[in-house]
Design a protein around this ligand. Structure first.
Ligand code: SF4
Ligand code: SF4
Length: 428
């Protein structure tokens, strides 16, 4: 079976840009909901002194992960905040004292078995760093009897144009990735691991192949550079030839998929105890004068990140968090950086706006869909609000990769309609 895919211009102009740390912001705004699941409750109040790595938000819920202060300083306020996803949450505003003193809480966790390992992963505040934001400890929790997982797939495909933050993790922190894989294999009892990397990243392939050359349980899989190679179901198939069916997760097929930056971070946390307080992001786009990869504290306003990359904000017509295919448009430059951000792309207004026209029934959208869906029919079914037809068309398999919209000569908003259709089906 072949999975449909498309070829995109890679535009990975920052692939050689070593990660640099951006200056300490005067204040950070740390959202209490940066992951899928239950938002945290604040553990601090206005006027409290906090330190780097101190837990400042948590809740007694499995489907959640704590948040930590990225600066030392004083809590100024706890405010309501409306992020780009439209779900209002609380945010803790902290004024930095400029000292970056680490909290006494920051120490390597004691790991003796699977339970203490998973507890440590939760305490680290980690949630899928590839952008999905699923709490990592939840993803790593499965019953080996009921779900016999035999394969760990480390996702280093990074198929979205422009973004090179995972690539830099593979080049700069390859040992962390390998050691993190060994931790997962040990505590989750997984026989083999594949590090999946697209063939347009030869240096990453070389480094990780060298590190794992004497280990017959870890190997590098070179994948074709096509889109959406990094989507979990696609990567799972490319690595193992196992098909993840409708309503299933890769786990149902015995495969655990973990992002490459996530596994690198887990190893660092287990060794130094510093929770997730910073993120590597790619800053690029035609409105950015100095595209780069930067290490940014969580809670830093995006405006500071753009300033660092010499962006004239006046000329930015579209600011995207993430890649151009699956990223989210940001309306406010003061939006704080979150754990799930891996890129900020600033684009000028296009010279020519492409108008939407009628469908010419060319079927390109169908040929492009990795899930073999019929986006043109889904559009019609959604417009008629026909739930039975939408179910028949299996719209819930849509992963919102955007390939159908990209190839459509009539410039129809197919991927957007699919999302609306999924929401319609979810309505009670
Ligand atoms: S957005 Fe959905 S329907 Fe369109 S190509 Fe991707 S998976 Fe298929
Ligand atoms: S690609 Fe666009 S024009 Fe072609 S069939 Fe699909 S919706 Fe119609």
């Amino acid at each position: 079976m072949e999975i449909n895919n498309i070829r995109l211009p890679h535009n990975k102009g920052t692939e050689k840009a070593e990660t640099i740390t951006i200056p300490l912001p005067k204040r950070v705004k740390i959202l209490l909901s940066q992951h899928m699941g239950v938002p945290c409750l604040p553990l601090v109040k206005s006027g409290d002194k906090v330190f780097v790595g101190q837990k400042i938000g948590d809740i007694d819920a499995f489907m959640s992960t704590p948040v930590h202060s990225s600066v030392s300083g004083t809590v100024e306020a706890i405010v309501d905040y409306l992020p780009a996803n439209g779900r209002t949450c609380k945010a803790i505003v902290i004024e930095s004292d400029g000292l970056q003193k680490a909290s006494d809480e920051v120490k390597p966790p004691k790991i003796t078995d699977t339970k203490s390992f998973l507890k440590a992963v939760r305490e680290s505040g980690c949630c899928g760093l590839g952008g999905a934001g699923f709490p990592t400890h939840v993803k790593l929790t499965f019953d080996k009897e009921k779900t016999p997982v035999d394969t760990l797939v480390i996702n280093g495909a990074e198929c979205e144009p422009y973004i090179t933050s995972d690539y830099r993790e593979m080049v700069e922190n390859s040992q962390d990735i390998y050691d993190g894989i060994k931790l997962l294999q040990k505590y989750l009892d997984i026989e083999r691991a594949f590090i999946c990397i697209e063939d347009n990243k030869p240096l990453a392939i070389e480094k990780l192949t060298k590190i794992s050359e004497n280990d017959d349980k870890v190997s590098v899989k070179k994948l074709a550079s096509s889109y959406p190679q990094g989507a979990e179901k696609v990567t799972t198939y490319a690595a193992t030839k196992r098909v993840v069916k409708e309503g299933e997760l890769p786990l149902n097929q015995g495969v655990l998929v973990v992002n490459v930056s996530t596994v690198g971070f887990i190893n660092r946390y287990i060794n130094n105890g510093m929770p997730l307080v910073e993120k590597r992001v790619t800053i690029d786009g035609d409105a950015i004068l100095t595209p780069c990869n930067a290490r940014v504290l969580i809670g830093t306003p995006i405006s500071s990140v753009l300033d660092f990359a010499d962006c004239n904000k006046e000329i930015v017509d579209k600011l995207i968090a993430g890649g151009p295919m699956m990223g989210m448009c940001i309306h406010d430059f003061e939006t704080p950086v979150c754990k799930t951000n891996n890129a900020f792309l600033g684009f000028k207004k296009p010279k020519k706006k492409e108008e939407q026209t009628n469908c010419i029934r060319c079927s390109r959208c169908i040929s492009a869909c990795p899930m073999k869906l019929m986006p043109t029919s889904i559009e019609k079914a959604y417009d008629r609000k026909d739930k039975a037809w939408l179910k028949k068309l299996k719209v819930n398999l849509c992963m919102n990769c955007g390939s159908c919209s990209y190839v459509c000569p009539a410039k129809r908003d197919l991927a957007e309609k699919n999302q609306l259709a999924k929401r319609l089906l979810a309505e009670k």
